[in-house]
Design a protein. Structure first.
Length: 359
């Protein structure tokens, strides 16, 4: 390649700039980058027949049990769409919290792409209970009603709360007694494990969960999630549904090797524990600022707060974050694996300064 045609890539952002909008804003953990480079040599069979994807099965079985089957996909929406399709017939419906990601943040993909019906329930904290499930779990055999045949919960939830292992077991027992299956949207499953101090299988496989969408992107990966089948007897056609849903990676080794690096040691837990700790640091720093109200328990890596809209809008000029509730002005601040104590302290100081301007 001549000098006339060669163009060097250039860094087009300031790497010192941090935000609190989403853990998806963070970059790739250095150990994950190194793993990708390790896999980047020679040729490997495409579409999941590579050595890294084969080894990944053992990695996930160590965390979720000997019957676990791992199906890498590109993203969280794809993981949820594939997982729910694998549980349900075409006339099936899913009971979920009204605030669930599958209901409010996936552009209708579960219903449009998977062709299933979501039956949602209002919850005070983002968590379903057996009693709340029963508000929608009825009408079996009635051809005029989509059949409620699955329950989907998020761990941690969209409101930053975590289910205990006992709460998930109660949901699974209740659902299974009614002939329903249970899916866990685990985009932040590692954060929940860090909070609970439990191994991943303790509140999934051992609690009776049938299938999990396991998240990596929010925990330091470049891209990639994994549909983890915990109860192979409960799912059908997932191999074909992954392709049908446009989630079959041709160079799958580069997704699989990331999860191998994440889960073989304790990187998954280190990253999640750090993000959780940074969220707790932020909550502690702002809870005594006059005019700032922390709205929900900080149980993972999210802080929900209410403060004057004008203050939030001024802060957003230097720190990216989202309004969670446009009507009330509630905001959400997310910590990531690479959030530093200095990031938190600078943000908290900025909040204090802006609040002081109100007099």
């Amino acid at each position: 390649m001549t000098a006339a045609t060669h163009t060097d890539a250039q860094r087009r952002h300031d790497p010192s700039v941090r935000g609190f909008a989403s853990d998806n804003y963070a970059g790739i953990h250095p150990e994950i980058l190194a793993a990708i480079a390790l896999a980047n040599g020679g040729h490997q069979i495409s579409y999941g027949e590579d050595d890294y994807t084969a080894h990944l099965q053992d990695v996930f079985r160590r965390h979720f049990g000997e019957r676990a089957e791992a199906y890498p996909v590109f993203n969280g929406t794809g993981a949820n769409v594939v997982a729910l399709q694998a549980l349900l017939p075409r006339w099936g419906a899913v009971v979920a919290a009204e605030t669930a990601h599958i209901n409010v943040d996936e552009g209708g993909a579960p219903e449009k792409m998977a062709g299933l019906k979501l039956l949602t329930v209002p919850t005070p904290d983002g968590k379903l209970t057996p009693e709340l499930i029963d508000r929608q779990a009825w009408g079996w055999g009635d051809e005029h009603r989509s059949q409620p045949l699955a329950v989907s919960i998020a761990q941690s939830t969209e409101l930053g709360t975590c289910y205990t292992a006992e709460e998930i077991r109660a949901i699974c027992d209740h659902a299974h007694e009614r002939g329903m299956l249970v899916h866990v949207d685990g985009s932040r499953l590692a954060n929940a494990a860090a909070t609970l101090g439990l191994p991943l299988r303790a509140f999934t496989t051992d609690a009776g969960v049938d299938i999990v969408s396991y998240g990596g992107t929010k925990n330091g990966l470049l891209l990639g999630e994994v549909v983890v089948v915990l109860n192979p007897d409960a799912v059908h056609g997932i191999k074909f549904l992954r392709k049908l849903s446009m989630q079959l990676a041709s160079k799958m080794r580069f997704i699989s090797v990331q999860f191998e690096a994440l889960l073989t040691g304790d990187l998954w837990l280190r990253n999640a524990s750090h993000a959780n700790a940074m969220a707790r640091r932020l909550e502690a720093a702002v809870r005594d600022i006059d005019g700032v109200t922390v709205m929900r328990p900080v149980q993972a890596n999210a802080v929900f707060a209410l403060l004057p809209r004008e203050v939030s809008e001024r802060l957003q000029k230097n720190y990216r974050f989202y309004f969670w509730n446009e009507h009330t002005g509630e905001v959400r601040w997310m910590a990531s694996f690479d959030t530093t104590e200095a990031d938190i302290d600078a943000f908290a100081a900025a909040i204090t300064e802006e609040m002081a301007k109100l007099g």
